[in-house]
Write a protein that binds this ligand. Structure first.
Ligand SMILES: Cc1cc2nc3c(=O)[nH]c(=O)nc-3n(C[C@H](O)[C@H](O)[C@H](O)COP(=O)(O)OP(=O)(O)OC[C@H]3O[C@@H](n4cnc5c(N)ncnc54)[C@H](O)[C@@H]3O)c2cc1C
Length: 419
């Protein structure tokens, strides 16, 4: 017999945990493929989590433990070490999920709604076209972090970090503290993709050089990495001949971006945004499929976990209304913006049939700007004009606004101007 729940939350990271804990008066199950809940926070033992949500500076495990402790007091059914193999959306409020785990083998559950919270995965060397063999010693920053912080292994003695994303910056400091020599961080772009606070605290404080407009073009070594060749690039990322330099090292740590994990949503035919690589969601984090919600890094890569938790709460609140029968027809208005001004805006659509018009917008500018202001216009009429001392693509911005009633023909547009 198929077990039935009202809601299934897939992924027990901070997004899934905050969503599950908000779901009151309905039966809930959580599916997590790993052995323990907490998601990526389990390996983030540095501080800097929870500044907005709890007004406290916590480590990743401390932040997630607050949610896990609360989870233990609820009757939410948590399936650990459980993998989703297939989802069959039969019709509204009738979704069948096929699962597999070592204890129960293959089994099915039936739910009315799903909240996806599967996080994101790291880009690999293959995806950034580095030539050479595939010797041991080339690993993503998240894998290096897992080795050092969870397994207690030092994966290299002398390394180069490719890409200046936050995980790479954090690992530059972590590996230095553990006794490895970090030769430098090499970034192909002319500016870092990490937060300014991480450049100061993780590189400058440890005298680790940041090489902008430089990249790794070749790896050397058969069984184990013996070195890499780095070179300068021009504004179109073409290698500048004559600038090649060989660096002897036994580790190449990749911090070249994160991609929202969306195999399951894609298989279900849920619409994906080409800017975020995550599902298109409305103001309630509902995807293009009615009754299916998504939150956290699966929707777009957040830099602060506090916003991840917030998106889980928004999804859960709307999901409860959906379970109670307060459904709304899918009548979405697409947010318009210029690609040259914004990398992305979430939510991508506003459902005008829904009562909740208090919208939290998350956005990133597409380039560095000083003294800028962001305008939101409805039918060319300005409803928000917010000024910023600086806008920087690595820094996610948040605007809360009450949109009011919208008609089918309304046109919502985001703009950036500079003073
Ligand atoms: C290295 C690193 C450093 C960071 N530093 C900071 C910081 O200093 N301060 C800060 O505020 N934020 C930081 N962040 C950001 C923050 O940790 C993340 O934004 C947050 O963990 C994302 O939460 P999530 O729940 O969306 O995803 P995750 O934490 O990735 O959780 C997703 C969960 O879903 C599970 N899952 C995925 N697919 C399936 C499936 N098919 N079936 C079952 N389960 C599945 C995964 O196993 C995982 O447990 C950092 C992130 C990283 C990676």
């Amino acid at each position: 017999m198929m077990i039935e729940y009202d809601v299934c939350v897939i992924g027990a990271g901070p997004a899934g945990l905050s969503a599950a804990l908000q779901l009151k008066d309905c039966s809930v199950c959580m599916i997590e493929r790993e052995e323990k809940p907490g998601g990526i926070l389990k390996q983030c033992i540095h501080d800097g989590f929870g500044l907005i949500k709890f007004n406290a500076e916590m480590t990743g495990p401390e932040y997630s433990q607050r949610y896990i402790d609360e989870l233990m007091t609820t009757d939410i059914k948590v399936y650990m070490k459980t993998f989703v193999s297939n989802i069959n959306y039969i019709c509204e409020k009738n979704i069948q999920i096929e699962l597999i785990n070592p204890e129960q083998g293959m089994f099915q559950i039936k739910v009315k709604s799903i909240i996806f919270a599967t996080g994101c995965r790291e880009r690999t060397a293959k995806q950034v076209f580095i030539h050479g063999e595939r010797p041991a010693g080339i690993l993503t920053a998240g894998s290096a972090q897992y080795f050092v912080n969870v397994s207690g292994y030092l994966p290299c003695r002398k390394c180069v970090i490719l890409g200046s994303g936050d995980i790479g910056l954090i690992m530059a400091r972590r590996l230095t503290l553990e006794g490895a020599e970090v030769l430098g961080v090499y970034e192909i772009k002319d500016s870092s993709s990490g937060l300014q606070r991480n450049i100061a605290q993780c590189l400058e404080d440890f005298n680790i050089p940041l090489h902008l407009s430089e990249t790794v073009i070749k790896t050397h070594g058969d069984d184990r990495l013996t070195g890499v060749t780095v070179a300068k690039v021009d504004s179109e990322f073409n290698v500048i001949k004559g600038t090649e330099k060989y660096l002897e090292c036994d580790g190449l740590i990749l911090s070249v971006g994160l991609i929202p994990e969306n195999e399951l949503t894609k298989e279900m035919g849920i619409q994906i945004d080409s800017h975020t690589k995550g599902p298109i969601v409305d103001q309630n984090m509902m995807t293009s499929l009615k009754g299916v919600f998504a939150c956290g890094n699966q929707v777009h890569v957040n830099d602060l976990v506090d916003y991840v938790s917030k998106s889980g709460e928004i999804a859960a609140k709307a999901c409860m209304e959906y379970i109670k029968g307060n459904d709304y027809e899918k009548e979405d208005i697409r947010i318009k913006f210029d690609d040259s001004e914004f990398l992305y805006i979430v939510p991508q659509v506003i459902n005008r049939q829904n009562e909740n018009m208090n919208v939290t917008f998350f956005f990133r500018s597409s380039r560095k700007l000083r003294d800028a202001y962001v305008k939101i216009e409805i039918n060319d009429k300005e409803i928000v004009n917010k000024s910023y001392i600086a806008l920087n693509p690595p820094e996610l911005q948040v605007i809360d606004i009450a949109l009011g009633t919208l008609s089918q023909h309304d046109n919502i547009k985001f703009k950036i101007n500079q003073r």
